[in-house]
Design a protein around this ligand. Structure first.
Ligand SMILES: *[C@@H]1O[C@H](CO)[C@@H](O)[C@H](O)[C@H]1NC(C)=O
Ligand SMILES: *[C@@H]1O[C@H](CO)[C@@H](O)[C@H](O)[C@H]1NC(C)=O
Length: 416
């Protein structure tokens, strides 16, 4: 292990510990800002893509299971190595009275909130057991346990009495986190409770809205791209959008009716490379906080690879460019609704400070666009993951059945 990577690991460890103690929430006009931490656990083993592609398979499998009414079996877990690379978004959540703080992954692609994978659950005076069991299978892990209701707080000032939460008795694939804050569409919870299989479990956003704490049933996500430091904070706002985090208007588009994207925050978009090379004609996919890269259908990926001249890199699993090729890289243009959003060349690459952490070398440039692992035409032809969310403000507007996208002060940043 190189000395640089070792210092990086130490830094990452220090950071994870330090941020657990700093949860600050401001409440203004029912808009609540919750700090969100970007966490890296990069092992140089080249599994970021494998993890993302396992997630794609799981998103499809969960949608198909709900459609057919057949529970997903554990065989559906697509195993990725336990020491896999991950980049995720986490927030601190308090549960109980007095509260215990848990660090939870923020996931718009699932809707169960649960704790207990790391720090064990503490029952308190506000804890009630519902009598149901609960379980969810994810792309690179699973949990099962008992369903409770309790007081859940996303920081001081944003408290939800009677929030339903899962308490894991077993969890796999969640070594360094306490659980998940699932803020996807509520129907994703169907089939997760037993025996009340057909019951939905309102998400924290749904309950905040139902209880009148926020005036719109939505959550907005702001992320800044990484600079030389590998980790930076983001922000979730519940109930409204934070105008200091985006530029111009938010373009809202309806959630698609095309299955299986319709089960998630699915939208239509087309993608063009440079002035005239079509990469993906208008089709359906999703926006997702739980996916690291920007994934596009295999045929679109081939177009992108030949347009950029990038080669497959065995060490990182990603596409690799020389510096000379990077100098000629064109923007990708995402047309969503009537608006075209520009993903600059700088936004298409892994932050160069992370090259060695992902198993790459300092002289190359690695691309954050890769393939879904399936051809287009299957109702889920792209995922705009974290690499997209770091350049564009995104509103997950459940109440109005739509997704909003806007430019940000970081859309054109050259920090990578
Ligand atoms: C990184 O992941 C490994 C394996 O999942 C885990 O043991 C370790 O605690 C993680 N490190 C951090 C800093 O989260
Ligand atoms: C980004 O740069 C392009 C091209 O220079 C410009 O048209 C666009 O307005 C910029 N976007 C933002 C959000 O600053």
């Amino acid at each position: 292990m190189s000395r640089g990577f070792f210092s990086f690991l130490l830094f990452a460890l220090t950071f994870v510990v330090a941020t657990n103690a700093t949860s600050v929430v401001q409440v203004r006009d029912s808009l609540v800002r919750v700090p969100m931490v970007k966490r890296f656990n990069l092992t140089g083993s080249g599994t970021l893509l494998a993890r993302d592609q396992a997630r794609v398979k799981n998103l499809r499998a969960r949608a198909n299971a709900r459609l057919s009414g057949t529970p997903l079996s554990l065989d559906a877990v697509i195993s990725v190595p336990a020491d896999n690379q991950r980049i995720d978004y986490a927030i601190d959540v308090q549960v109980g009275t007095p509260p215990t703080t848990y660090s939870l992954l923020v996931d718009t692609g699932s809707s169960n909130t649960w704790v207990g994978a790391g720090q064990s659950f503490e029952q308190t005076s506000t804890t009630d057991e519902t009598g149901d069991d609960v379980s969810v299978i994810y792309g690179s892990g699973c949990f099962s346990g008992a369903e409770y209701t309790d007081t859940v707080s996303l920081g001081s000032g944003l408290t939800i009495p009677g929030q339903s939460i899962g308490v894991a008795t077993s969890a796999e694939g969640f070594d360094d986190i306490d659980g998940i804050l699932g803020i996807g569409p509520v129907d994703l919870t169907i089939g997760t409770l037993h025996p009340n299989t057909n019951t939905t479990i309102p998400t924290v956003t749904d309950n905040l809205f139902a209880q009148g704490t926020i005036t719109s049933d939505l959550v907005a996500v702001s992320f800044e791209p990484t600079a030389s430091d590998p980790i930076q904070n983001g922000e979730l706002t519940f109930g409204g959008t934070d105008s200091s985090k985006f530029i111009g208007d938010i373009e809202y588009v309806p959630i698609t009716t095309t299955f299986p994207s319709s089960d998630y925050f699915g939208i239509d978009q087309s993608i063009r490379y440079g002035t005239s090379t079509s990469i993906l004609s208008t089709t359906t996919g999703i926006v997702d906080t739980g996916t690291t890269l920007i994934l596009i259908a295999d045929d679109a990926f081939s177009e992108y690879q030949s347009a950029t001249g990038a080669v497959d890199d065995d060490e990182t699993g990603l596409l690799r460019l020389t510096q000379a090729q990077f100098a000629k890289l064109q923007s990708l243009f995402f047309t969503i609704g009537g608006v075209t959003f520009e993903l600059t060349p700088n936004a298409q690459i892994v932050p160069r400070a992370l090259n060695s952490a992902i198993g790459g070398n300092a002289d190359s440039v690695y691309l954050i666009v890769h393939s879904l692992g399936t051809p287009s035409g299957q109702g889920l032809d792209f995922i705009n993951g974290q690499a997209f969310l770091e350049r564009f403000y995104t509103v997950f507007d459940t109440g109005n059945n739509r997704v909003g996208i806007a430019n940000t002060p970081f859309t054109n940043a050259t920090t990578n």
